[in-house]
Write a protein that binds this ligand. Structure first.
Ligand SMILES: [Zn+2]
Length: 381
């Protein structure tokens, strides 16, 4: 086309052509600018329509959501807090102040609890009461002491010097009884007890009430460990020089101290008079407490501290089958007595003599009517 125009129309001079070209270019530029504006206006109108549509959709959604929210729990769970007034009325109810009474409070009916209420359990069937007597903690110890269930052996007549019952002309048992007097004391008794326990040596302790009262744990240890326990008065007087009331006190107070330490059912049934000092009145006073009177027949005089080897040799020189050996675990230090024990035990074993408690010796010497061993076996079977 351009070539055709150029061919039909004569060429205009250069300035004219330059002017026309410029006018044509400007016309094209105007058209292009108009087109751009039109496109921009159309795009803006489209955007505005999109935003309007989105807003309408969101508004519709909001209406839908809020219309489905259950509003009752929010309201009904709200608590109405009423401040507690200074005082309460006679019925124990809260009393509101004047300001609170002036402001009406809308109370909301409480909702029913969500947790379902379970039906009450049926009551348990009531069983008939079963008699369950409390086990006597002294049962074993009492049986080892030669006691019956809840009873002491009958008081032995006279004074017992050894385990040989000459009235029956029975053969003396190949046994001896170690007895320790004047304790329990915290300085001498524990080392002696420990050695006897470690060597499993039965023994008997004749205790003073004043020391049982002062150190009950020591006699409790003796009792629990299976040793036999007898009375040696409250504070070691010569009983023959006391009035009847004083004699009564010496035995009664000591038995009370023993029962306080060992329990009311502890069976204590023998005693030894201090210094071996007794007469008929003394023995009869002891009998009123159910106490049999025990003496000894082997005395190494260990309390005089003659030396360990002397104590051992004196015991082994005097000992025989059925002997009752007198030693001491108080009130002064008895280190020599403790140190003499290994030699005494070895010498007794060499002579074929078995160490037993005093009740066992009297049982095997036919002094006790019912057998300690039989009772013990029957109770444990
Ligand atoms: Zn004594």
């Amino acid at each position: 086309m351009r070539h055709a125009d150029q061919a039909q129309t004569p060429r205009a001079p250069w300035p004219e052509r330059r002017k026309r070209a410029t006018q044509a270019q400007r016309s094209r530029d105007r058209r292009a600018g108009r087109d751009r504006r039109d496109r921009r206006d159309r795009r803006d109108r489209g955007d505005r329509r999109g935003w309007w549509a989105l807003g309408l959709i969101l508004a519709a959604l909001a209406v839908l959501v809020t219309s489905n929210i259950p509003t009752y729990p929010l309201v009904q769970h709200a608590k109405v807090v009423v401040p507690v007034a200074q005082g309460a009325d006679a019925g124990g109810h809260r009393t509101a102040s004047a300001a609170q009474r002036a402001t009406p409070i809308t109370l909301i009916t409480p909702i029913t609890p969500i947790t379902p209420t379970l039906p009450p359990l049926p009551p348990l069937p009531t069983l008939p009461p079963t008699p369950m007597p409390t086990p006597d903690p002294n049962l074993e110890a009492n049986l080892r002491m030669g006691c019956t269930f809840g009873g002491m052996p009958p008081v032995l007549p006279g004074v017992i010097f050894d385990g040989v019952n000459t009235a029956l002309q029975a053969a003396p048992p190949r046994e001896v009884a170690l007895t320790f007097d004047d304790g329990p004391t915290p300085y001498s008794t524990p080392p002696i007890l420990s050695y006897l326990e470690q060597t499993h040596t039965p023994a008997t302790f004749m205790v003073e009430g004043q020391y049982v009262h002062l150190w009950p744990s020591l006699v409790q240890r003796e009792w629990r460990d299976g040793f036999a326990v007898g009375v040696h008065t409250w504070d070691h007087p010569s009983m023959t020089r006391l009035t009847p009331a004083q004699r009564h006190f010496q035995l009664d107070a000591t038995l009370q101290a023993l029962h306080a330490a060992l329990g009311p059912t502890a069976c204590i049934w023998f005693w030894r008079p201090p210094y071996g000092d007794y007469n008929t009145a003394v023995v009869q006073t002891a009998a009123t407490f159910g106490l049999s009177t025990i003496w000894w027949d082997v005395d190494p005089r260990d309390w005089s501290l003659p030396g360990t080897t002397v104590i051992v040799s004196r015991v082994l020189a005097q000992v025989r089958a059925g002997a009752i050996i007198l030693l001491h675990d108080g009130p002064a230090l008895r280190d020599e007595t403790r140190a003499a024990l290994p030699g005494i035990l070895a010498g007794l074993r060499a002579r074929g003599l078995r160490l037993v408690t005093l009740p066992q010796l009297l049982e095997d010497g036919q002094y006790l009517r019912a057998g300690v061993r039989q009772r013990w076996a029957a109770a444990m079977s």
